[in-house]
Design a protein around this ligand. Structure first.
Ligand code: GLV
Ligand code: GLV
Length: 355
């Protein structure tokens, strides 16, 4: 192989490996056993000769790593994730490193997990499972694990991009929920979908579903019964859910987060869960992963899973393939693979001239 490409983790599937090794790349997959690599670990991997790196969202990609990659002769980095809050894009641009992420292939898988968390929280599935396994079930009771009916309630979506819109569609079509959403951009496709589905229900003699684009996030928080967060994490969305905004929500609301942990003030959330036993959350992400804020693990009204929203076999193989395509595309020059997603949403064209 002419080009040395490093992957900081082993990733699912073999297609991504073949893509690289069939196309002049010598691939080195890090075999380090610890889950989260430090900057020093990655510096050692890059060494003094490296053309591209596939990295993970747990790694801190800033000036130190990008300048090292540049010195090693590198031009390409791809995160194996759609979110890239772990990447300092300006530092990459300064060092002439093109950045890729993996949108698209994880949309439905991630939305399906957000939908699962919504149902699990609304219907208290994890609590009930623990009760069953603890041998506490001694017969059917009218009051046993009574939760919320979703049909006819309102689903609130904050951030109606690819994942938020797919989630909305699932909750609307699956549970006949009404929609309220907040996004800086109008989601015409989503609005058209709800309108058409509402007409379909009406034609069948059923109550039609409705939609509303909120003029503020607060409007969603006040009105929705189930709220799912799908923003990008940046300075403007850090602690988007704070004590004031928690207080606006209905006492029996369900809040779901499969975006990034710091979007929620997790300490405030734990307080809110303690004070409002009927309020429920479903969390895939946490403020200080892999840790949870004190008290969260004890809350029965919280469903918690370890950042697995994109974890389906098809999607993880797709993410790995896309990450490999991103790096390969840059190394070999566009548009080798005609991949519309490569280095797509945030490459600064001015800073990194195309080959
Ligand atoms: C996973 O969290 C991703 O951003 O792809
Ligand atoms: C519950 O099991 C019922 O049959 O209503």
């Amino acid at each position: 192989g002419k080009y040395r490409v490093v992957s900081t983790k082993s990733m699912p599937g073999t297609r991504w490996i073949r893509l690289l090794t069939d196309n002049d790349c010598r691939l080195e997959i890090c075999t380090e056993k610890k889950t989260i690599l430090s900057v020093d670990d990655i510096l050692a991997l890059i060494g003094d000769h490296c053309h591209g790196v596939i990295g993970q969202l747990t790694e801190d990609w800033g000036e130190v790593l990008f300048s090292a990659l540049k010195r090693a002769g590198g031009t390409a980095f791809s995160n194996m994730a759609v979110g890239y809050n772990n990447v300092d894009v300006e530092a990459a641009n300064r060092n002439g490193i093109a950045i890729g992420n993996t949108p698209g292939v994880l949309t439905e898988t991630t939305a399906e997990l957000a939908a699962s968390l919504s149902v699990a929280a609304a219907r208290r599935i994890v609590e009930a499972d623990q009760f069953m396994r603890a041998g506490l079930y001694d017969g059917w009771l009218p009051h046993l694990f009574v939760g919320n009916l979703l049909k006819g309630q309102t689903v609130g979506v904050i951030g109606a991009g690819r994942i938020g819109s797919a989630y909305a569609r699932m909750m609307i079509e699956g549970f006949k929920m009404n929609l309220i959403y907040f996004d800086l951009y109008q989601s015409t496709r989503l609005e058209k979908f709800v309108t058409a589905y509402g007409q379909f229900l009406k034609a069948n003699g059923e109550q039609p579903v409705t939609w509303k684009r909120a003029s503020s996030m607060e409007e969603v928080l006040r009105e929705a019964d189930v709220i799912s967060l799908h923003p990008v994490l940046d300075k403007t969305t850090y602690h988007l859910i704070n004590p004031e905004r928690l207080a606006m929500m209905k006492k029996e609301a369900v809040l779901v987060n499969a975006s990034r942990g710091p979007v929620i003030d997790e300490v405030a959330l734990v307080e809110h869960l303690k004070a409002n036993p009927m309020f429920r959350v479903g969390l895939d992400v946490f403020e200080d992963e892999p840790y949870m804020k004190p008290g969260l693990a004890k809350m029965k009204n919280a469903v918690v899973v370890p950042h697995i929203a994109s974890a389906s076999k098809w999607t993880r193989e797709g993410m790995a393939t896309l990450a490999a395509l991103n790096v390969l595309g840059k190394i070999k020059g566009y548009p080798v693979w005609g991949n519309p997603n490569a280095v797509e949403p945030f490459l600064d064209e001015n800073a990194v001239p195309p080959p």
